[in-house]
Design a protein around this ligand. Structure first.
Ligand SMILES: Cc1cc2nc3c(=O)[nH]c(=O)nc-3n(C[C@H](O)[C@H](O)[C@H](O)COP(=O)(O)OP(=O)(O)OC[C@H]3O[C@@H](n4cnc5c(N)ncnc54)[C@H](O)[C@@H]3O)c2cc1C
Length: 323
């Protein structure tokens, strides 16, 4: 690892590696720092990724790391714990310093933030252990794999009713577990009835598995309901706390009433509110899929390179004028 790079990419999964790829191919010196915890790590396969359909997240990441390394990009395992702006080099007054958990400090002319988002799960015993396997959240990511099976949907937030109908499109055997009737109005319940969705009210007290596979849920009444899969909504939070020193603008995003917390504000090219800091993937678009995150990374990397081309020009013109 050097002391200084053109670009430091924070996070080395779909978004970060895609930005690194376009930057490496543009002959920029690039360091990718990645703590190795992509959001979909628990899933067996990545779906809706044309060309690599069903590849495991780990396999896709390994291919990506090899591909960027072929263009001279350095990828290091580590966690960035802080970042701040520097004065740049005078003619180009934009620059950054990042601190790694290891104690290392590295500087760069520009940053790409691709640190993703984390899922805060409903607090039901046994649910976290099955997350990404027997407990799913996204019909596009996991739906095909559980088609025609016994699917429960935990309605603990306003998005739950929507999830019920999405999973009902994949199986005729869907049960909505409504923890709080205030989350569903009569129209919604009519819709469930019309689509043949069973409704169970009251809290689910635990998600039960046989040690490997989810087998069902237990209710406060003591009843056990056998299931093959349970859909649940997480609270999605952008991973940005460690970047407080940059003063990046962030806003909540919404799908209906469901909140995605603290996503970085970016323009169409991935430029954040702080000049020279770009962001891509779930950290700026919490609902983006893997392929959409990769595309955003490519876009941000390309825009950042264009930004550096202009900065290089300004430096060259200043040197020429001084000669
Ligand atoms: C269970 C599950 C299954 C999913 N399945 C699919 C699917 O099949 N298809 C699909 O399209 N989408 C799927 N998704 C959505 C998918 O996970 C996201 O679209 C994708 O991960 C976003 O990519 P990203 O690069 O923005 O972030 P991430 O993949 O989350 O990568 C962020 C990276 O940044 C690193 N990082 C974070 N903070 C730091 C730091 N401070 N320093 C250094 N590194 C850091 C993390 O370790 C991680 O490696 C799934 C999501 C979940 C939860």
């Amino acid at each position: 690892m050097r002391d200084h790079y053109d670009v430091i990419v924070i996070g080395g999964a779909a978004a970060g590696l895609s930005a690194a790829l376009v930057l490496g191919r543009s002959r920029r010196s690039v360091l990718v720092v990645d703590s190795g915890e992509p959001r979909n790590a628990r899933a067996a396969g990545v779906h809706n990724y044309l060309g690599r359909e069903g590849a495991s997240p780990a396999a896709l990441g390994a291919v990506g790391r090899d591909e960027v390394a072929a263009y001279g990009v350095e990828v290091t395992t580590g966690r960035i714990v802080a970042a701040s702006a520097t004065d740049g080099d005078g003619v180009d007054p934009v620059g950054f310093s990042v601190s790694l958990e290891s104690g290392a400090v590295v500087t760069a002319r520009r940053l790409v933030v691709a640190s993703g988002a984390r899922d805060v799960l409903p607090e039901v015993p046994g649910l976290a252990e099955q997350w990404g396997r027997g407990v799913v959240h996204c019909p596009f990511c996991h739906g095909w794999e559980i088609r025609d099976q016994r699917i429960g949907v935990l309605v603990t937030s306003p998005i739950g009713a929507h999830q019920v109908l999405m999973f009902r499109a994949l199986s005729e055997d869907v049960t909505a577990f409504v923890t709080d009737l205030a989350l569903v109005d009569d129209t919604t319940l009519d819709g469930f009835a019309a689509r043949g969705v069973a409704v169970v009210t009251g809290p689910v007290t635990s998600v039960v598995s046989d040690g490997e596979r989810l087998t069902g849920v237990s209710l406060a009444s003591g009843e056990f309901v056998a299931l093959d899969a349970l859909a649940a909504a997480s609270t999605v939070e952008a991973q940005v706390g460690f970047l407080a020193g940059l003063g990046l603008e962030a806003t909540d995003q919404f799908m209906g009433d469901h909140r995605f917390a603290g996503a970085l504000t970016v323009d169409g090219a991935g430029q954040t509110s702080v000049r020279g800091v770009y962001a891509a993937g779930n950290v700026a678009a919490p609902m983006a899929t893997v392929i959409a995150s990769a595309a955003a990374g490519t876009q941000a990397g390309a825009a950042l390179h264009g930004d550096l081309v202009q900065a290089d020009l300004a430096v060259a013109l200043a040197a020429r004028a001084a000669a």
